[in-house]
Design a protein around this ligand. Structure first.
Ligand code: RIB
Ligand code: CA
Length: 331
């Protein structure tokens, strides 16, 4: 079976962390080339350290993790979305909820994420897939600096946007709202896009039953997941009152790569709003082809939720035997 050469661009963040663990539990299908990190659920420094924490937890200190943009394209005095939009209330002060993992010891990469993306894509022997689960700032910078990399991208599977209402604002989803201009650059690039937005990801919420299944696995990885997600699982989501459980947005983009048959959607035209109005960051999805414009993304609108969680549990169970030689003795 041909492996998918993959770069993950993310802002770990609790659901990003589960996405990384799902990726690293699927080595027969995904060859994770590197992880690039961006500001979003927490400051960049924390996101990068968290990505390394999760790689060590997974027994993969060999994974290369890169620091990307510490702020978004046009937010001049932007400190980090986590302060602006209360992400710390959702992902915790560390960005990983109640996780007790020690600071990472695996090396951080000296090269910045944008130049890593450019060098890796330009020199790749074949096209690379990108899984993006944070603000699209790193990718937009790479596209602006070196447009030739577009020909070396198989597709970008992005967690972001929505067909319906937003979460951080009535109009927009958090990743696109954090950097609307970056999302605009990506959606105008012509690169094959798979957009998995809130309409789909809201359906994959943690439940007490599922958390109990994970806890019963009994490995250090499982316990770390419980420490992380217990903070995230709550009766009333902060961003979306009435949405219960911790919404596992980001693992959907990895599950899509592993089992696309779990998902439904269609090729449609998508526009990203870059106005400075209440619509900032909105993804307008022409679901019924009213505009008669060229499709710009395959937009996913549904997922088989039971299959998603069965896959996730089965893969997380693998950590009982995976990478025994790397077994994280520090968990
Ligand atoms: O809106 C949900 C998205 O924003 C997820 O990727 C979450 O991790 C945050 O980055
Ligand atoms: Ca994310």
């Amino acid at each position: 079976m041909k492996k998918i050469p993959l770069i993950m661009d993310c802002d770990p963040g609790l659901d990003d962390a589960i996405g990384i663990l799902l990726t690293l539990a699927s080595p027969e299908k995904i060859d994770l080339l590197g992880i690039t990190t961006v500001v979003g659920n927490c400051p960049l420094e924390q996101a990068e350290q968290n990505a390394r924490r999760i790689c060590e937890l997974a027994g993969r200190p060999d994974i290369k993790v890169f620091k990307g943009c510490p702020r978004t394209l046009f937010s001049s005095n932007f400190q980090a979305s986590f302060t602006d939009y209360g992400a710390a209330d959702i992902h915790g002060e560390t960005g990983l909820g109640g996780c007790k993992l020690p600071p990472p010891t695996m090396p951080s990469q000296s090269q910045d994420a944008v130049n890593y993306l450019i060098d890796t894509l330009l020199n790749a022997p074949s096209k690379i897939t990108i899984a993006a689960s944070g603000a699209l700032t790193n990718l937009a910078c790479a596209f602006i600096m070196e447009p030739r990399i577009k020909e070396k991208i198989e597709k970008i599977v992005v967690m972001g946007g929505s067909i319906g209402i937003g979460n951080i604002s009535p109009a927009a989803e958090y990743n696109f709202y954090t950097d609307p201009q970056a999302a605009y650059v990506i959606f105008k690039s012509g690169v094959p896009l798979i957009m998995i937005g809130l309409d789909t990801t809201r359906k994959t919420q943690t439940s007490e039953k599922w958390l109990s299944e994970i806890e019963a696995i009994g490995t250090p990885v499982a316990q770390a997941i419980i420490d992380m997600l217990s903070f995230y699982h709550r009766p009333d989501a902060i961003l979306e009152p009435g949405v219960n459980g911790g919404v596992l947005h980001d693992p959907n983009i990895i599950a899509y790569l592993l089992k696309p048959e779990f998902y439904k959607g269609r090729e449609v035209h998508v526009e990203i709003d870059i106005s400075s109005t209440i619509l900032a960051g909105r993804s307008t999805v022409d679901w019924h082809g009213k505009l008669d414009r060229k499709a710009t993304a395959f937009v996913v609108n549904d997922v088989n939720v039971d299959s998603f969680f069965t896959l996730l549990t089965e893969r997380l169970e693998r950590y009982a035997s995976l990478n025994k030689e790397h077994a994280c003795s520090r968990c």
